[in-house]
Design a protein around this ligand. Structure first.
Ligand SMILES: Cc1cc2nc3c(=O)[nH]c(=O)nc-3n(C[C@H](O)[C@H](O)[C@H](O)COP(=O)(O)OP(=O)(O)OC[C@H]3O[C@@H](n4cnc5c(N)ncnc54)[C@H](O)[C@@H]3O)c2cc1C
Length: 293
């Protein structure tokens, strides 16, 4: 017989109820949403909470707003919902791209955007893309509501700025008025099912033939997802050229990212790919901003 993964499973109907249970049970409780990360941690004994609080039925599955006003996405919205959203396909296709390439069909069906962020993996698709979009995270907990910029949310691999009994409820993407381009390059060795060896997401708001606003976010090349500030400084306010995109790739690879050797790739390989991935993300974002796709 397979041993149960926890003593008790709670299925709250409201966020407030979920917070109360989490508060009551303290350290001995964990939230589950889609379960695609949490079940692995439970099976491998990485965590052993007696109580599981299942939040998937909470009314946090929605995609609202527009590019002109900003988007609000509920924390339990799945990669499947995002990949099939007509609104996002039309107005924010970079997020659809992140969803389509999140593992295989089974993962896409279950994985939530909130779980992707709260798992705090530096390789995570949504996290990588959302960092480039200046995303804000809405949090509810025993001490009330608060919000954090996504870029400040991570403390290290698997570690977030959440306090005890807090729940991420919503992801807010600020308005992107006017022409813009955004692109996500996820490098894996196999086409499907792999997490990123290097991820690069770029957002560009052009100012005529100059780069107005630019954000480059990197995944899998640091302890957390990070913003490539050296790449930004090279591009911001400059007349765009492919040579500038090349320089941004070089700066990101040499100054912004940090590398480790692991089972999936060597540090040297990651560095080479970071340079190429950032250049491609920036070129693709510029092309989209200029009506190329
Ligand atoms: C085969 C496979 C392939 C995968 N491939 C990819 C990939 O290519 N790219 C990628 O990014 N990920 C990948 N993953 C990882 C995983 O699918 C994603 O990270 C997913 O988005 C996690 O969401 P979830 O709803 O399943 O989270 P869960 O497993 O339910 O939770 C993850 C963590 O977040 C916490 N949590 C969840 N929701 C909240 C909330 N609202 N508030 C506070 N805490 C919360 C949980 O307590 C847990 O610690 C893969 C996983 C598998 C099994």
């Amino acid at each position: 017989m397979v041993a149960p993964l926890a003593k008790e499973i709670f299925e709250p109907e409201t966020v407030e109820e979920a917070i109360n249970i989490l508060h009551r049970k303290g350290e001995d409780a964990a939230i589950i949403a889609g379960g695609t990360d949490l079940i692995i941690s439970l099976r491998e004994g990485v965590i052993q909470p007696a109580n599981i609080v299942d939040i998937i039925k909470l009314p946090l599955n929605y995609i609202k707003g527009s590019r002109a006003k900003g988007f609000q996405i509920g924390a339990t919205t799945t990669a499947k919902d995002i990949s099939t959203s007509g609104l996002l396909k039309k107005e924010l296709p970079i997020l659809v791209d992140a969803a389509i390439h999140l593992g295989g069909p089974q993962t896409i069906e279950l994985a939530t955007i909130g779980g992707n962020i709260c798992n705090a993996s530096p390789c995570a698709n949504f996290t990588n893309v959302l960092a480039a979009l200046d995303t804000v995270i809405k949090i509810k907990g025993p001490d009330g509501d608060r919000e954090m910029m996504l870029k400040d949310f991570f403390r290290g691999p698997g570690i977030t700025g959440l306090k005890r009994a807090e729940v991420v409820t919503e992801i807010e993407i600020p308005a992107i008025p006017g022409a813009y381009g955004a692109s996500y390059v996820k490098h894996t060795l196999r086409k499907e099912m792999d997490i990123a060896i290097v991820g690069a997401a770029a957002l560009i708001i052009p100012d005529a033939n100059k780069v107005g606003k630019i954000r480059v976010a990197l995944g899998s090349v640091g302890a957390t997802v990070l913003l490539a500030e050296n790449a930004r400084k090279i591009l911001e306010g400059k007349t765009f050229s492919s040579r500038l995109a090349e320089s941004a790739g070089k700066a990101a690879a040499e100054k912004d990212a940090s590398y480790i050797d692991d089972v999936r790739a060597s540090a040297a390989y990651r560095k080479k790919i970071t340079r190429i991935a950032v250049k491609k993300a920036v070129l693709d974002a510029w092309s989209m901003a200029k009506g190329g796709k």
